[in-house]
Every structure is written in structure tokens, then in C-alpha cells.
Design a protein around this ligand. Structure first.
Ligand SMILES: *Cc1c(COP(=O)(O)O)cnc(C)c1O
Length: 358
């Protein structure tokens, strides 16, 4: 079925927030994208409408049994153009989440085109200072009114947009984070839903995150759920270790989220001829490398920060200090290159950015 996008513009535009004091995800633009699904009609009625509250039946399945998936990416203003970073990968991953959560698949190409239209309409909402961007949140929720435990027969796909400030105002400000290695709570298990961006994964992680904060750490590092031995990922970032010149990241195993930043880092390292391996890596191996002085750098990767250097790992009562708590050279090079490509400041030899003519 071919879909055609309707655009209903708001008559009176909202006033713009103070772009120098943006809080993450606190302000939303004038419009949003919406599309409905029903078993009779499939995905239908894609439309851009004024940003507005939803009216939903309290028995809607999403409120009870959590059938909900989401994505996150950013748009940047570059001169007279708007840039999206690998948006096709986000809609591909949304479909991977959909398949696991029994939500009907979407047309990925159509969604990239619809997103371009939405971003173009909201171009004045993309702040223009270095590092500032428009955060894009696509999500799908189950809307059938029913208390039966079953896949919903109705859904809504919505995209909302939020102007966000620079994560680091410049690369000198990349301050390393401290990480608590969690060996009590677990995030996900093979056969479960850890590889999807589904709402419940985040609800289930809050308790451990709060515990880490109370102990004075920024984020949680998750271990595998069975042996509590192998490293999985950090909060909502993937993780990399540089040991004796080799860069190692946990292999995708069904319980780790396949980050688009993770994939970009791996491809860049390969193009730079820096050895990079996806494999099992245990916390003991990291501790041993720290002990014998070969643990050179540790960093997280994700859309929000791009690269987040790790300065401290807390494991079983000991604080392991990494690179004297300073940002390593590789972390910095990766940040400058990926952020440079995303913002248009650096030539995109990888062909990652998608340009929207404003
Ligand atoms: C979104 C997310 C990531 C990072 O993915 P990116 O596509 O790089 O933003 C990593 N881990 C989890 C659990 C996530 O939700």
C-alpha cells in the first residue's frame, strides 16, 4: 500500500525557548508526526499535525502490558542545510524492536522521508550554535482498548522533536564519567528483550541507576545475567575498552542493544587500521589489564554524548582509575570525527549523513 503524508500546519506558532539554556527533552516543537495501525487497514493516515496531548482509553494495552518501542537520533543545522545521521538505521532498528515485541513492521524508507518532511517544517527549531541539535524521538504504542494479555490490534507511531543543547560545549570539556559495575541487578538476558529499545528495559534499569548515583557514581555497567562476569553495556550506551593497542567491545549476543554510534566507531576504527574486536570480555580481564598497566582507555558510545570517556570503574570495592581519570587520545579522536561528520564540520567520507534541503 502506498502512503501519502498529509500536513496540517499550526496557525499560531509557539514561542521558541532560550536556546542557551536548554534542558534535555523538556521543550517540544510546533508539530509532530502521527500514523495509525489497525489490523483491517495496516499502517495508515500518516500526518504531520500540531504538537498536542493524546486522548486515550485508560484500558489501552500500552498502559498495562507495556507494548512500546522507541528510537532516538539527532538533526543538525549546517549552513543552509539540515543533516540527519544514519536515520535509515534507526528505522531498521525500530523494526527489529517491533518484530520482538509483536508490533507490526513499518515501511522504513517511507519513515525516513516522512522524518525529513517533519524536520524541514521545524527547521527554525534546530538551534545553530556548535553542538546544539534537534533530538528526534520516534515511538510506537499499543492503543487497543482491552485488558486481555495479547498483541494489540491497534497502534500509534508518533515522532516528537525537542531542541537540545550541546552535550559538551567543546571537546576539551569531555569530562570522564565514573561507573559502578553492577553485580546484583541485571538488565537483560539472552532470549529476552535487551536488544530492543522497548520501554520496560528502561523502567527496569532505574533502581540500579539510582543506587549507583547514591554511591556517588554517574552510571551503571551491566554484566551478563547468568554468570555476572561478562561485560554488556553501560546505562544507555555501548562500551569499548582499549587494551594494549587493541579496541574491544562486547559482541552482540541478544542481550545488548546494537548502538548506531557503536557501529560507527567500529567502522571508523577499521578505516583507521586500528585493531577492533567484538568478543566476550569479562570484568576480570579488564581488572587484570588495569593491574598490569595495559588498560589504556575506556569509553561509552551513544547518540546523546557520542563518546563518553570513563575515568573510574568501581568493581567489588575497588575504584579502578583509567588513564589517570583523563580523556584518552582515541576517545578524543573518535569524538571529534563523529561529531564533526554529524554537524557537517568535517567531510563525510563514510557517507553517513543524510541532507535535508531547508
Ligand atoms: C540507545 C541505546 C544505546 C546507544 O545506541 P545509539 O544508537 O548509539 O544511540 C545503547 N544502549 C542502550 C541500552 C540504548 O538504549
Amino acid at each position: 500500500m502506498s502512503l501519502s503524508l498529509a500536513i496540517h500546519e499550526r496557525e499560531e506558532k509557539k514561542s521558541k525557548p532560550d536556546y542557551d539554556n536548554l534542558r534535555f527533552g523538556a521543550e517540544f516543537t510546533d508539530h509532530m508526526f502521527m500514523m495509525d495501525y489497525s489490523t483491517e487497514d495496516g499502517w495508515h493516515e500518516p500526518r504531520i499535525i500540531p504538537y498536542q496531548p493524546l486522548t486515550m482509553d485508560p484500558s489501552s494495552l500500552v498502559f498495562h502490558y507495556g507494548q512500546a518501542v522507541f528510537e532516538g537520533l539527532k538533526a543538525y543545522h549546517f549552513q543552509d542545510k539540515l543533516l540527519l545521521f544514519r536515520p535509515e538505521k534507526n528505522f531498521k532498528r525500530l523494526n527489529e524492536s517491533n518484530r520482538r515485541m509483536n508490533i507490526p513492521e513499518i515501511d522504513e524508507n517511507f519513515m525516513v522521508d516522512a522524518l525529513k518532511e517533519l524536520v524541514k517544517l521545524e527547521k527554525d527549531w534546530i538551534p545553530t550554535k556548535e553542538g546544539q541539535s534537534l533530538y528526534i524521538r520516534p515511538f510506537i504504542i499499543a492503543t487497543e482498548a482491552s485488558l486481555s494479555v495479547k498483541p494489540s490490534s491497534r497502534y500509534k507511531l508518533i515522532i516528537i522533536l525537542s531542541p537540545v543543547g550541546a552535550y559538551y560545549s567543546n571537546s576539551e570539556q569531555m569530562s570522564p564519567v565514573s561507573i559502578f559495575v553492577e553485580d546484583d541487578y541485571v538488565r537483560s538476558v539472552k532470549g529476552g528483550v535487551g536488544f530492543t529499545k522497548t520501554a520496560g528495559n528502561y523502567a527496569a534499569s532505574l533502581k540500579a541507576q539510582k543506587k549507583a548515583e547514591e554511591l556517588g557514581y554517574d552510571q551503571v555497567l551491566w554484566l551478563d545475567a547468568i554468570e555476572k562476569k561478562y561485560i554488556e553495556e553501560v546505562g544507555s550506551m555501548n562500551i569499548f575498552f582499549k587494551i594494549n593497542g587493541e579496541v574491544i567491545t562486547p559482541a552482540l549476543n541478544g542481550s545488548i542493544l546494537e548502538g548506531i554510534t557503536r557501529n560507527s566507531v567500529i567502522e571508523l576504527l577499521k578505516s583507521w587500521d586500528i585493531p577492533v574486536t567484538e568478543r566476550l570480555i569479562s570484568i576480570e580481564e579488564v581488572e587484570a589489564a588495569h593491574e598490569n598497566g595495559t588498560l589504556e582507555e575506556v569509553f561509552g558510545t551513544g547518540t546523546a554524548a557520542v563518546i563518553s570517556p570513563v575515568g573510574t570503574l568501581k568493581w567489588k570495592g575497588t575504584d579502578l582509575s583509567i588513564n589517570n581519570g583523563e580523556t584518552g587520545k582515541l576517545s578524543l579522536d573518535l569524538y571529534e570525527t563523529i561529531a564533526g561528520i554529524q554537524t557537517g564540520m568535517m567531510e563525510d567520507k563514510m557517507g553517513w549523513t543524510v541532507t535535508v534541503q531547508a
